[in-house]
Design a protein around this ligand. Structure first.
Ligand SMILES: Cc1cc2nc3c(=O)[nH]c(=O)nc-3n(C[C@H](O)[C@H](O)[C@H](O)COP(=O)(O)OP(=O)(O)OC[C@H]3O[C@@H](n4cnc5c(N)ncnc54)[C@H](O)[C@@H]3O)c2cc1C
Length: 505
């Protein structure tokens, strides 16, 4: 609920309007809508099929994450009791959020909670129709998941949904999946970039851009660099191949990030970081995958998918790593709640004396097993040599694991599962451009023969976060390194622009 003082602030910036019962304030498929604060009356929110989801009343407000990101409207708002309301233009609201801390906290956390709730409701947002055996379909499903878009997937291979199967009849595999946007527009076999832009999420880059600093990867390291770079006067562009937020954005709860004693969800932490980066006018471009890096005429050129290229005076590589995951359904429902990729004190405390499975054969799996057992947990170590794909299914509810089933049919009553299947750095795209260690992580500092700590073997190209050889795989470290890299960028740019001594004749 908005306080009387907050309504007064909004009234100064917006426009007071009235609407009658039955009036539509916005509808599914609209390109955008203003922020709406209710002075008096009632509004019902409906999905595309007209089912009611919730009602908002006096002092309530309408909207969810798409108000800030600019995505196409997923829902319809219809007046159910005569309404007096304040409409605030989206850009005005964004500026206000940068200035008014308490209002920003209230709106951001509500918008994020609403988005999470919408993700659990069928029939809202994107409709993806395609079989799981089609790579294009799986890419689209992953894209929707990682961008936290509400979506429904009709897997024509697993369901007997005849209507969905009929939609695909006669279609070539290249035309899969069929994607229906809010509002009804249908796309056949679209790229994630096309869907992203059709939804109004990703910004369109010019074929060639020139900036001071290009940051590749928008996880915590890249976003921290964006905040510090842009706020310190560097023209900063962040390119991201998938979803802003990186691995951290997928974490259900980050318990050890400084300043959040009760923990914070990964999506909230990274949504806040994105808002902060934009406040300082850092530009974020998604989904654009970096394909190569090379020095050209005293600058670096990062080439992206779809024939885009960015020329920059300095580059930060923050492409992170991908933890190997178990190929089982519903894994993401448990991640961060009862399935983890690290075992520290918070996890040991959380597990207490519960039954825990630790999967993996490396040092980290062994250490985790000892650590958790010391905390009182009853640990079963599932050795790597025993085929990992033995785990066939996870069972539980609301993110809390209750048991796992092995392919043999045996059921093990685990309340928590720890996965140590290794992580591979996202560096293949770099080829030989920068020196890497034997696992592919980027060497920096003395190990790369560089002058400064985070600099790679290419002067003016830095690396931060999980992608860096020897880094601690934690959010806080990634953020710290991203921030620190910007200091080195300043140093490098200052050196570069210093007048060179005249040649001796
Ligand atoms: C489920 C889960 C839970 C976690 N929980 C915690 C926790 O509680 N506490 C904690 O401290 N840490 C936690 N971590 C670890 C933490 O999230 C990472 O250490 C952190 O996100 C690393 O940040 P980063 O910016 O270096 O890389 P990432 O977060 O990996 O971000 C890298 C980004 O680069 C993008 N990218 C990759 N290749 C390209 C390319 N070629 N072009 C453009 N973009 C590209 C990726 O899509 C990604 O968005 C967790 C990780 C996971 C997976």
């Amino acid at each position: 609920m908005l306080s009387a003082a907050q309504l007064a602030t909004l009234a100064q910036l917006g426009e007071e309007r009235a609407a009658d019962v039955g009036d539509l304030l916005f509808r599914v498929g609209d390109q955008q809508y203003p922020f709406i604060a209710i002075i008096e009356g009632e509004v019902a929110i409906l999905d595309g099929a007209g089912h009611e989801i919730i009602r908002h009343r006096t002092s309530g407000f309408l909207g969810e994450m798409n108000l800030l990101t600019g995505q196409t409207v997923f829902l319809t708002a219809v007046v159910t009791q005569r309404l007096r309301y304040i409409a605030v233009d989206r850009d005005v609201l964004r500026s206000l959020l940068f200035e008014d801390g308490p209002l920003s906290d209230l709106l951001l956390s509500t918008f994020i909670a609403r988005r999470e709730a919408l993700q659990g409701v069928q029939g809202i947002g994107l409709e993806i129709v395609g079989p799981r055996s089609s790579a294009g379909t799986m890419r689209m499903v992953e894209f929707a998941r990682s961008n936290r878009l509400p979506f429904s997937w009709h897997d024509t291979e697993r369901s007997d949904d005849e209507a969905a199967a009929a939609l695909l009849a006669g279609l070539d595999v290249a035309a899969l999946p069929l994607v229906r946007l809010p509002g009804g527009v249908e796309l056949h076999g679209p790229s994630t970039g096309q869907v992203s832009r059709a939804l109004g999420i990703g910004r369109e880059l010019a074929a060639r851009e020139e900036v001071d600093l290009v940051v590749v990867g928008a996880g915590p390291a890249g976003l921290a660099a964006a905040v510090y770079g842009a706020s310190e006067g560097l023209e900063t562009l962040v390119v991201e191949s998938s979803a802003l937020g990186g691995q951290a954005g997928t974490s259900r709860r980050i318990e050890n990030y400084l300043g959040f004693p009760a923990g914070i969800s990964g999506s909230e932490l990274t949504s806040r970081a994105v808002t902060q980066a934009r406040k300082f006018r850092a530009r974020t471009a998604t989904p654009y995958r970096a394909l190569s890096l090379e020095p050209v005429d005293g600058r670096y050129v990062v080439r992206l998918e779809e024939d885009h290229e960015i020329a920059a005076r300095s580059v930060l590589l923050a492409t992170g790593a991908q933890y190997r995951r178990l190929p089982v359904d519903q894994l993401s429902d448990y991640e961060g709640m009862s399935v983890f990729y690290a075992a520290g004190p918070p996890e040991a405390q959380l597990c207490g004396a519960a039954r825990v499975g630790v999967v993996g054969g490396g040092n980290s799996a062994g250490q985790a097993a000892v650590w958790l057992a010391r905390g009182g947990a009853l640990v079963t170590l599932l050795h790597r040599r025993a085929n990992l794909r033995e785990i066939a299914a996870l069972h539980g509810a609301d993110g809390q694991l209750e048991s796992v089933t092995l392919k043999s049919g045996k059921r093990l009553p685990f309340s928590f599962l720890f996965l140590f299947l290794g992580a591979s750095p996202c560096t293949d795209w770099l080829g030989d451009a920068v020196a890497r260690d034997d696992k592919g992580f980027i060497l920096t500092g003395a190990a790369a023969g560089a002058d400064t700590m985070l600099e790679t073997s290419l002067p003016g190209v830095f690396a931060a976060g999980d992608v860096r050889s020897g880094s601690t795989k934690r959010c806080a470290t990634a953020v710290g390194e991203g921030a620190m890299a910007v200091q080195f960028v300043h140093g490098r740019l200052a050196e570069h622009s210093r007048p060179q001594p005249a040649p001796i004749s």
